[in-house]
Design a protein around this ligand. Structure first.
Ligand code: GDP
Length: 525
């Protein structure tokens, strides 16, 4: 591919994460988007969860059983001359770490909000991360086919709670049983609400922003109310500002109903217009790598074992940051300086995949991994090696000691633990003296998923003994004296064999600091 072609291809890419509080409708809207991309024939998420056919993005066994998304999956489709990469994320806060890492791999985010609930805790947290990173956020206020909160209320909450400006791209005309349509401020038209099989019906507006001539809607008192509200928004609200959208300082807001596919196409069309194409990426060497750089580079943001239980394989997900990927190309892994040939690549449609021959900056590729990769790894064929900025890592707060129930099955127990830990599903520590396994996590559900997967994928029944919440503090190995350890500050080592203490509580930590004033402890690696 020559430079010009690469530029054209990169400009077509839209790579985004779809995030929400659980149950806001993320899976439903994802399915509708895929339908527009011609990917799946019938949506039916909700029916699916009950009847046994599941949303394409919820493929893991445990997700099916519990009806929640626990890992992020990747989907790709073409629409309107764009190549769209959607990264689904787990909604439950116990899997925030996975979501945060995914946010490092995208150029924008779509936030789905339940109109009856407004801003929920998980929404707030995710919004803040996006803002911190300057990721443009597009908001879809969902479930307008149900009675929800007043739109003006929701907009005010968005600004107050999230500290970000908002701009309504459209405005609902009624809600619940009284939903009549959307006043499309951006496209200057009204989109009438009707069941999806009837197709989309628009009514144009005149210069004054009203329906010209006779129309049944004009008889409805709600129509006049909406005209007043829209006028108010125009006078007192924020102005549409593309530059602010690009920096994440203003979020365009769309109303709609994912379930009845109302307002979703309007959203997608405008979104693709304003969502940024792939952006440059920072390296720890303080350089910026442009997506159109002729050399290939990318980083691993996720590792997933056993995506296909029949094959027992492991896949490293790579966000391509620059250049073009070609199957069979040689790259260098920055951490080990090891050369490798990328011959085993795949692209995703949730549970189906195809061998991938080429991809460009912005795309997500999957590489079959035999244990070479770690989360956060950079690969490239740049002449001067680079390493992309570190992915956020969370210090675990909950701990469990873990053993194999059947001592005869140690082999599968160890294998399972090693693989799931490499995925970043949980953190692994070992007791300093006995070498016993201790798992650390940010949320309780991570343990449950671990236990379930150990049994299901490695046929290893594990016994987990809760150790409660602890504070992890690393100590310089030079300063370590094993006598410092007690029942209140358990001495363990991490995967890199670095020593750390697990403090029972703040009191135990202070006590330690008083006793060893010269010892410096750190909260992160
Ligand atoms: P997720 O947890 O965010 O992925 O949410 P889902 O897409 O699984 O949706 C959660 C529930 O809300 C399901 O029962 C959906 O049928 C329902 N739902 C999603 N979108 C809508 C909508 O637009 N209107 C209504 N009434 N229900 C919806």
């Amino acid at each position: 591919m020559n430079t010009e072609e690469l530029e054209t291809q990169v400009k077509k890419r839209r790579t985004f994460a779809i995030i929400s509080h659980p149950d806001a409708g993320k899976t439903t809207i994802t399915e509708q988007l895929l339908l527009f991309g011609g990917v799946v024939r019938s949506a039916g998420t909700v029916k699916g969860k009950k009847s046994g056919t599941f949303a394409k993005s919820d493929w893991m066994e445990i997700e099916k059983k519990r009806g929640i998304s626990v890992t992020s999956s990747v989907m790709q489709f073409d629409y309107d001359d764009k190549r769209v990469n959607i990264l689904d994320t787990p909604g439950h806060e116990d899997f925030s770490e996975d979501t945060y890492r995914t946010l490092m791999a995208v150029d924008s985010a779509v936030m789905v909000i339940d109109s009856a609930k407004g801003i929920e805790p998980q929404t707030k947290k995710l919004f803040q991360i996006c803002k911190m990173r300057g990721i443009p956020i597009f908001t879809f206020i969902n479930k307008m086919d149900r009675d929800g909160r007043e739109p003006l209320d929701l907009m005010a909450e968005l600004e107050e709670v999230l500290g970000v400006e908002s701009y309504p791209m459209n405005w609902p005309i009624g809600m619940g049983k009284g939903l009549k349509g959307l006043y499309d401020i951006y496209n200057h038209r009204i989109e009438l609400y009707q069941k999806e099989d009837k197709g989309i019906n628009y009514v144009d507006l005149n210069d004054a922003g009203e329906i010209e001539g006779d129309h049944p809607l004009k008889e409805d008192s709600i129509y006049q109310e909406v005209l007043d509200e829209v006028e108010l928004l125009g006078d007192a609200g924020n102005t549409f500002d593309e530059a602010k959208i690009a920096t994440g300082d203003l979020t365009p807001v769309f109303f709609g109903s994912a379930l009845t596919n109302f307002g979703v196409k309007t959203f997608l069309d405008i979104y693709l217009n304003y969502a940024p194409a792939p952006q440059e990426h920072k390296t720890i060497e303080e350089t910026l790598i442009e997506p159109t750089n002729e050399h290939f580079s990318g980083f691993v943001f996720k590792i997933q074992a056993n995506m296909n239980p029949n094959h027992r394989d492991r896949i490293a997900f790579i966000r391509i940051c620059s250049g073009e990927f070609e199957r069979g190309m040689d790259v260098k892994l920055a951490r080990t300086e090891k050369k490798m040939r990328l011959s085993n690549s795949t692209q995703f449609m949730a549970d189906s995949r195809e061998v991938l021959e080429s991809a460009v900056a912005g795309d997500i590729i999957g590489l079959y991994d035999t244990g070479n990769f770690q989360i956060g790894d950079t690969i490239s064929n740049l002449k001067k090696p680079i390493t992309f900025e570190k992915l956020p890592q969370f210090t675990p707060e909950l701990f469990m000691s873990v053993n194999a129930k059947n001592v005869m099955k140690q082999k599968s127990f160890h294998k399972g633990i090693q693989q799931l830990v490499q995925e970043g599903a949980v953190q692994l520590y070992r007791s300093y003296n006995t070498g016993d396994y201790i798992l650390g996590a940010v949320g309780q559900l991570q343990f449950e998923v671990f236990q379930f997967r150990m049994l299901n994928e490695y046929n290893s029944e594990v016994i987990m003994t809760p150790m409660g919440s602890k504070t992890a503090r690393w100590i310089d190995p030079e300063q370590l004296d094993e006598k410092m350890s007690s029942s209140r500050n358990l001495l363990v080592k991490d995967r890199q064999d670095l020593p750390l203490f697990l403090f029972e509580n703040a009191f135990a930590e202070r006590w330690f600091a008083d006793k060893y004033p010269d010892v410096k402890l750190t909260s992160k690696l």
